[in-house]
Design a protein around this ligand. Structure first.
Ligand code: NI
Length: 135
């Protein structure tokens, strides 16, 4: 039987969406409030979904304590209370939109989840705006 188990996590982080090869007017037009040169924060809610067969011995798809610890080490410790543009190396040359953040999170988690399981990431940037990345 294939089951999906999910773990919620949270981090606060600051970002700015802009392209240095565009002028101020173009950045303002495309990115709006998220182009604020002084940065601004979001309360990101992350849901990590792992899908796989139930292990007959444990009854688990994955030990949620293990998943919790992976998310803390790889994502929360790296992103929480950080300026994503300035302090997180993955966004040195990558615009930290919710889409790109979700892909980075997936790529950071993937090596730590056993390869026979499917990984999916849902990232809420606001309570109403969220993105999904399935790899
Ligand atoms: Ni923003």
């Amino acid at each position: 039987m294939t089951v999906t188990v999910s773990r919620k996590a949270h981090f606060n982080a600051a970002h700015r969406l802009f392209r240095s090869d565009w002028d101020d007017a173009k950045n303002e037009e495309v990115f709006g409030k998220c182009n604020n040169p002084f940065y601004h924060g979001h309360n990101y809610d992350l849901i990590v979904h792992v899908t796989g067969e139930i292990d007959k011995k444990t009854g688990y798809v994955m030990d949620m304590k293990v998943l919790k610890d992976i998310i803390k080490a790889e994502i929360e410790d790296a992103f929480d209370h950080k300026n994503l543009n300035e302090q997180v190396p993955e966004f040195k040359d990558l615009i930290p939109t919710a889409e790109n953040i979700a892909v980075v999170i997936w790529e950071k988690l993937r090596p730590h989840i056993s390869s026979d399981k499917k990984l999916e990431v849902t990232l809420y940037e606001t309570p109403r705006n969220y993105v999904v990345y399935k790899g």
